[in-house]
Design a protein around this ligand. Structure first.
Ligand SMILES: [Zn+2]
Length: 115
């Protein structure tokens, strides 16, 4: 049984600030925001990482980007812009073993990707 925090939130075992839900994705606010807007696009189905995806999941990955754009609009950051990040593995700084996309915005983030 997988017990990561996102699976628990989706099962209703943990609370989260959910800003968007559809058949395949939930979008929740990061509990440690690094920008005025910092939300996580989380597939409801458990995928540990990109290496869990194969060709038949390609449409779901594409859908994740469309959900991000929809939520950016909903949260009012789509005009000024925002950043999407996937952290993978130890060097990527991944903290939860359930694939998710960070959406950050609400202030100028600069052009440097790594601090
Ligand atoms: Zn999970």
């Amino acid at each position: 049984m997988i017990q990561d925090v996102f699976c628990k939130i989706i099962k209703g075992e943990l609370k989260a600030d959910v800003v968007y839900k559809d058949e395949e994705f939930w979008v929740i606010r990061d509990i440690n925001p690094q920008a005025p807007v910092h939300v996580l696009v989380v597939p409801k189905k458990h995928y540990e990482a990109l290496h869990d995806f194969n060709q038949k999941d390609a449409a779901l990955l594409g859908q994740a980007l469309l959900v991000a754009e929809k939520v950016a609009k909903q949260l009012g950051v789509h005009e000024k812009g925002y950043r999407l990040i996937i952290n993978e593995g130890e060097h990527g700084g991944k903290l939860v073993s359930h694939l998710h996309i960070h959406l950050l915005g609400g202030k100028p983030l600069g052009s440097k990707i790594v601090k």
